[in-house]
Design a protein around this ligand. Structure first.
Ligand SMILES: [Zn+2]
Length: 74
């Protein structure tokens, strides 16, 4: 069931996960609806498909961060 507050005032999303600098996952604090940043920068429902994409993006992102760290350490 959709939360009445959300249908009146819109969702109140809070960031639950930073996938990359540009892609984040959000959860509505009222109805717990999950969304994520899609390819065109718009918010879209966090479907299992997007969860999968985000986990891949996150892995690549972390790998890049780690590589950057190694360069700085030298
Ligand atoms: Zn909501």
């Amino acid at each position: 069931m959709k939360h009445l507050y959300c249908s009146l005032f819109g969702h109140n999303y809070e960031v639950t996960k930073n996938v990359t600098y540009h892609v984040k996952e959000y959860t509505c604090t009222h109805c717990r609806e999950e969304v994520t940043t899609s390819g065109n920068g718009q918010l879209t429902l966090l479907t299992p498909k997007y969860k999968e994409i985000n986990s891949v993006l996150e892995r690549i992102h972390l790998k890049r961060l780690k590589r950057k760290q190694l360069i700085f350490d030298r």
